[in-house]
Every structure is written in structure tokens, then in C-alpha cells.
Ligand binder design. Structure first.
Ligand code: 6PG
Length: 237
């Protein structure tokens, strides 16, 4: 099922889904970025036992885990460090500091060892860049076309921070039971329209996120959904 939910509080909605998934011991993939960060801060306030859950990363910047650009560092700061030791989730960190190729190979091995050769995440949280990227799948970059590996190196990302990245690929994202996009603000309106209105297109990697047999829900505020609504109103006329 595919749903586009235009809501005033997308971060709260996603925080609720994250907490629910954590409470049932799910395999959860987290995104980086300011909007997902806000959802994690809200989720950290919930009284839930995360100890059965496993947190994975949709992508990572190739920096030390305590670097300000680290997605692992951000999640540690706003979410996991505030959880009581006996209620913390398992966290599967991408070792970005080893460089994109080695870190990607190591994460692929960890994924396959842990979840087998057809890994099915329970919940994948994704952000959307104004250029249509998601995770670290940037327009025109080889990782978008990767269909065999589950984890790819991204030596040259398409947006700041301009450090090499590691990203999950579309096969593992699209195998998930639940994919949730979290998007806010008018800067994303064009990308939202291209990602969720039209056919998949090379310049908008997020448009290739289509669950094989799971659900996808886009939580967007009015500003982010503005362009999509205009287009669909034209179509419905
Ligand atoms: C990253 C993210 C990236 C992010 C989007 C949205 O590592 O940067 O995984 O895909 O989710 O760029 O980020 P903002 O919410 O900050 O715009």
C-alpha cells in the first residue's frame, strides 16, 4: 500500500512509528539529516524498552563516529545515549571511518550474516533531499543502479557534507515491510512531486523507492507537499 499523509506534525507521526517498532523488537533503519533528527529527539522521550530492537543505518558519512557529520553520532546524541543501559537497542554502526569501500563491504557482510541473503527490514525511515536523493542515493551516481549488493560505497556524494558515504541500496530498501519518508519544508516541494507523483526517473532516486510487497507511507507537511498537491489537482481536473 502507498499512502501520502499531509500532516502538520510529520516528525511526531514518525516518532510514534519508531517507538512502536522499537517496542516489538524490530529491525529498524534510520536516516540521517535534520528532519529525521527531530523525530528521534521526540522518540527519545517515550517510555519504551528498546532492548529487543536493532537499529541499522540507511547511510553514513565516512567520518569518525564522534564527528559532527556522523549519522551514528547524531543518533547516539539525540536518541540512544538517553536510553537506560538495560533498555538500549542493538546498534549496527557503519564504520565510515574505514573509508567507503571497506565500510560498505563490512556492512554488507554484517547484514547478510544477521539477516540472510534476502534481508527484510521491518521499518525503514528515509529523508528526502531537495535534489531527490534519499539515504545516500544521489542523482546520477552508480549506487542508484546497484541491484546486487545491499550496501554501496559513494565516493562522491551529490550534496553536502561533501565527504564519501556508504548507503543501503534499493534492493534492501524496497524489500522492507514498512518504508516511511519524513519530509518537511517548501525546499523539498519539487523533489516530493518528482519522487511521488511521476514515474520513476533517473534524476530522482527517491522515485525508485517502491516496496516489493511492503507498505510505503510519506509523511510530509503542507509546504513539502504543495507542488505534489498542485500537480494532482491538475490531473484530477
Ligand atoms: C543523510 C541522510 C539524507 C537525509 C536527507 C534529508 O545522511 O544526509 O540520510 O538522505 O535524510 O538529505 O535531510 P534533511 O532532513 O536534513 O533535509
Amino acid at each position: 500500500m502507498r499512502e501520502i499523509r499531509i500532516v502538520s506534525d510529520p516528525c511526531e507521526r514518525v516518532a510514534q512509528l519508531l517507538v512502536e517498532a522499537a517496542g516489538v523488537g524490530a529491525n529498524i533503519v534510520l536516516a540521517g539529516g535534520e528532519t529525521p533528527r527531530e523525530a528521534y529527539e521526540l522518540a527519545s522521550e517515550a517510555d519504551v524498552d528498546w532492548s529487543e530492537a536493532t537499529l541499522w543505518f540507511g547511510d553514513e558519512r565516512c567520518v569518525e563516529p564522534d564527528h559532527s557529520d556522523s549519522n551514528y553520532g547524531m543518533v547516539s546524541e539525540v536518541l540512544t545515549s538517553g536510553i537506560g543501559k538495560d533498555r538500549r537497542p542493538r546498534v549496527k554502526r557503519i564504520e565510515g571511518e574505514l573509508g567507503p569501500e571497506i565500510a560498505a563491504a563490512n556492512y554488507e557482510t554484517e547484514l547478510r550474516t544477521e539477516l540472510g541473503n534476502t534481508p527484510r527490514m521491518d521499518l525503514v525511515i528515509l529523508g528526502l533531499g531537495r535534489d531527490g536523493h534519499t539515504a545516500s542515493l544521489f542523482p546520477g551516481k552508480p549506487a542508484v543502479k546497484e541491484r546486487r549488493k545491499f550496501v554501496a560505497a559513494v565516493p562522491q556524494p551529490g550534496m553536502p557534507p561533501h565527504v564519501p558515504r556508504v548507503t543501503l541500496t534499493l534492493p534492501v530498501i524496497n524489500a522492507a515491510r514498512n518504508i516511511v519518508f519524513l519530509i518537511k519544508g517548501d525546499k523539498k516541494a519539487q523533489a516530493v512531486a518528482l519522487a511521488f507523483d511521476e514515474q520513476s526517473n533517473e534524476q530522482t532516486p527517491a522515485s525508485f523507492v517502491r516496496p516489493v510487497d511492503g507498505d510505503i507511507t510519506v509523511f510530509a507537511d503542507e509546504l513539502a507537499a504543495n507542488e505534489l498537491v498542485k500537480r494532482q489537482e491538475c490531473l484530477s481536473e
